[in-house]
Design a protein around this ligand. Structure first.
Ligand code: GLA
Length: 696
């Protein structure tokens, strides 16, 4: 049984705090820090993420005195500590004495210390030193009253191409394939004379003259993710052995390509994420919501922790826009609305030196007497008013399927177009749900789909037989499935499946294709909604009646999905034919004129959709209305002004205004805004960046 967020939130409510790096400051400042933290309602700090060289200045020689005092200070002030295992940034002595611990890039260059993250995940010495500092910390602090969670490493993601990594890769491959014949078959090594006759010949994908074997690359991605996970696991096991009641986490980075977070999440107690929405990016609110929904999906719906965010501008983009007043609060509350039980920041006090001197913090360089710190304090205090949402679920009837292996396989060199990207497709398909206030869980293909009324797979380039069969059974049993273009193309060995595509879904989709046709950038692809399927208005009205809302009908019609309406698509087309499915939309120009662009197949008890192009946003919104109608799913509210996000967590309806205009949001029932204590009836008015948390 995993230890969840409740072990942290019980008696504390929502968590509020940040990375605390006291080693950068004289001890007098620590005392001021503790007072300011208390005043701001801070109840959790992450300590020691980058402290390895302070904790172990020489191999095997520890200096824990300062950390003892920090832990005591926090305990004395009632602040819990998420104590880090500092393995993300080894001290210079490690690379100096054992250069083989330093990572090597694809071209064979060693990367040096002087920054952070300089380790080879497969290095035996690095692993040994990691275990040793983990054990020392676990022994020393297991019984400390401040200890509330372990934070292993930081933002896992290192990759190394050295000889030791090559040996580990071979071990991993032996476990996967057993013998070389099977490896040669999986890697398709009859192509370009790549046949391997000896395990020793196999190396990581290093810099090569031309395109590297795609299966070798796919296995390398798999291996690198597994290798980091095995490092995490080794440390976690030490920690669990010493402190079975203390949860263990490591912080994620949203849709981060190098680690399969579904496999990581399965091994940790609490899912935590670092998230830095880009100020000025109009897609940031939707991308952020998607990322939060992924965090929930990773934890199987359980509450998660926003481990790092920024109160203001970061320092690592080329031009770092600040956040207007109210922005970080809005972002923090967005995370609460989507299932976060903790809202933490990088970092507590802005550094005076080092590479992140110009990164925002909870206490800026100018000190506590600033508008920013005042806002931090006010936010920490107001989170107490939301204590009751801690632990509450965010129910969703829609799932979006995402798969790391498919992402790795898709985005490699040598494909029809590099403009079809897994995460962009995911976001494009997600936006209309976000805008309609429809909650979504992001799940792996192996998830139990039966809990959902609607399952959307924006791109599953790589699809295994079992997952395809599960999707088929889901539809036959009454589910509604939407599959995006260039899906079901390759098997888990990244071999193209032969036959009319998507081979493993052809039957359930009631249609198939024979050519992938990337579109010219010069002209949009023209399409038309057909009469073959119920139009958006009609379908929406049916669903509306069933779901007790008329919005589907309105939105369907407004979005232009009615029969005969034209729309454009871009980047990608396919030569398809219907084999039992209705042709919901067709291409209207060029060689493809009159051939299907979108198929809808009623089969068994359910309905399967296939989209063979990339519809413009309005057309994707119209399509979404239709599939929502098929699935009889409606949004959190019948009407949602543009820019307003609506999401239900437990009993509470969160409304967040990401737009630049004041919005009036009609609400169906009388409620109390937990943030202001005021009653609300009929509608709520939200200024830009305002949030309401309405409890009936
Ligand atoms: C990441 C890291 C932190 C810090 C921040 C800066 O999230 O985990 O150590 O570098 O970025 O934004």
């Amino acid at each position: 049984m995993k230890l969840g967020m409740h072990t942290l939130t019980e008696g504390r409510g929502l968590l509020f705090g940040g990375d605390y790096n006291p080693e950068q400051w004289p001890e007098e400042v620590w005392v001021e820090d503790a007072g300011l933290m208390r005043a701001a309602g801070v109840n959790l700090v992450t300590v020691g993420v980058f402290s390895w060289s302070r904790l172990e200045p020489e191999p095997g020689k520890h200096d824990f005195g300062w950390l003892d005092r920090v832990m005591d200070l926090m305990a004395g002030n009632g602040i819990a500590v998420d104590l880090a295992i500092p393995t993300a940034s080894p001290p210079p002595w490690l690379g100096h004495r054992w250069p083989e611990t330093l990572p090597v890039d694809e071209a064979g260059h060693r990367l040096w210390y002087g920054s952070r993250n300089q380790y080879c995940p497969s290095s035996g010495v690095y692993r040994e030193r990691s275990q040793s500092i983990t054990t020392a910390l676990a022994e020393r602090y297991a019984a400390h009253p401040a200890l509330a969670m372990w934070h292993v490493g930081n933002e896992y993601g290192e990759v190394c191409h050295c000889d030791e990594s090559a040996a580990a890769f071979r071990t991993w491959l032996r476990a996967r394939y057993g013998d070389l014949d099977r490896l040669n078959e999986a890697w398709g090594t009859t192509f370009w004379s790549q046949g391997y006759g000896d395990w020793a010949e196999i190396v990581p994908p290093r810099r090569a003259p031309y395109i590297i074997n795609p299966t070798q690359r796919l296995d390398w991605w798999r291996f690198c993710s597994d290798e980091l996970l095995s490092h995490f696991r080794e440390q976690r096991d030490v920690l669990r052995a010493h402190t079975p009641g203390i949860p263990v986490t490591t912080n994620f980075m949203g849709l981060f390509k190098r680690c399969d977070y579904f496999s990581f999440a399965a091994e940790q107690d609490v899912v935590s994420n670092d998230w830095y929405p880009e100020p000025g990016n109009p897609k940031a609110p939707a991308l952020t919501a998607l990322t939060h929904d992924l965090m929930r999906g990773l934890g199987g719906g359980r509450p998660w922790l926003l481990m790092e965010q920024a109160t203001n501008g970061v320092n690592w983009r080329p031009h770092n826009l600040p956040k207007p007043p109210g922005q970080f609060r809005l972002e923090s509350l967005q995370a609460v609305a989507r299932g976060a039980d903790g809202l933490c920041y990088f970092q507590w006090r802005a550094s005076r030196f080092g590479s992140e001197r110009f990164h925002a913090a909870m206490v800026p360089h100018a000190g506590a007497d600033t508008r920013l710190h005042a806002a931090v304090r006010a936010h920490g205090q107001e989170l107490r008013k939301l204590a009751e949402v801690a632990g509450e679920p965010v129910p969703a009837r829609v799932a979006m399927v995402f798969d790391w292996a498919s992402w790795w396989a898709l985005e490699d060199r040598g494909r029809p177009s590099d403009r079809l990207n897994a995460t962009e497709q995911l976001l494009d398909y997600y936006v209309p749900f976000f805008e309609r206030g429809v909650s979504v869980d992001v799940v792996p293909p192996s998830a139990d789909l039966s809990a959902y009324a609607l399952v959307v797979a924006p791109n599953l380039f790589l699809l295994g037989d079992r997952d395809a069969a599960a999707m088929t059974a889901y539809v036959r049993g009454g589910g509604v499935l939407v599959v995006g273009p260039f899906s079901g193309v390759v098997d888990p060995d990244a071999h193209v499946r032969t036959g009319r595509f998507p081979v493993p879904l052809r039957e359930v989709l009631g249609g198939s294709g024979e050519e992938w046709l990337p579109a010219s950038e010069e002209r949009p692809v023209r399409c038309r909604w057909n009469g073959g399927a119920p139009d958006g208005a009609e379908a929406g009205a049916q669903a509306g009646a069933q779901a007790g809302a008329q919005a589907g009908a309105q939105a369907g019609a407004q979005a232009g999905a009615q029969v005969g309406a034209e729309f454009t698509a871009h980047t990608w087309t396919e030569l398809l034919r219907a084999e039992g499915a209705e042709v919901v939309a067709e291409f209207t120009e060029g060689d493809l004129a009159g051939s299907p662009a979108v198929l809808r197949h009623a089969t068994g008890e359910g309905i399967a959709w296939y989209v063979g192009t990339m519809p413009e946003p309005a057309a994707l919104a119209a399509l979404t209305e239709r599939v929502l109608a098929d699935a009889r799913v409606s949004g959190a509210l019948p009407e949602l002004p543009p820019g307003v996000e609506a999401v239900r967590r437990g009993d509470v309806l969160f409304l967040l205004n990401h737009g630049t205009e004041t919005a009036r949001v009609p609400i169906p029932e009388a409620a109390v805004d937990l943030l202001t204590g005021s009653p609300a009836e009929g509608s709520v008015t939200l200024a830009p960046r305002a949030v309401a948390a309405l409890r009936p």
